[in-house]
Design a protein around this ligand. Structure first.
Ligand code: ZN
Ligand code: ZN
Length: 111
């Protein structure tokens, strides 16, 4: 007898939502992904488990895991390390800063 059984990891793109980023303390566009493992029997997915909702902030690159599909409770997995540069003195500054700590100018836009 031959059985076709496979175990794979899958990822579904659940689209974009505006969510509060606790790293930046503001609302950001976030990409929502559902990842899970699935047992495939004769090309039909029969069982899914290990479901995880991952949330990636577009602005700062922080990665969160949501407790469930409501996306109300987010746990930070990896804080964003995306840097921006001050357009006035070209110093590298944290993407969440509103003012450049080197020259004190306001830096709203990311370059
Ligand atoms: Zn953020
Ligand atoms: Zn500066």
């Amino acid at each position: 007898m031959f059985f076709f059984i496979a175990l794979t990891n899958r990822q579904e793109d659940l689209g974009i939502q505006w969510l509060e980023c606790s790293h930046c303390q503001k609302k950001e566009r976030a990409h929502i992904y559902l990842t899970y493992q699935v047992l495939i029997l004769f090309f039909i997915p029969v069982f899914k488990w290990n479901k995880r909702y991952l949330v990636k902030m577009e602005d700062c690159g922080s990665l969160y895991e949501a407790e469930d599909a409501s996306l109300e409770k987010l746990h930070l997995l990896k804080s964003g390390d995306r840097k921006k540069y001050c357009p006035y003195c070209l110093a590298e500054i944290d993407a969440s800063y509103q003012y450049c700590p080197h020259c004190g100018k306001e830096v709203k836009e990311r370059m």
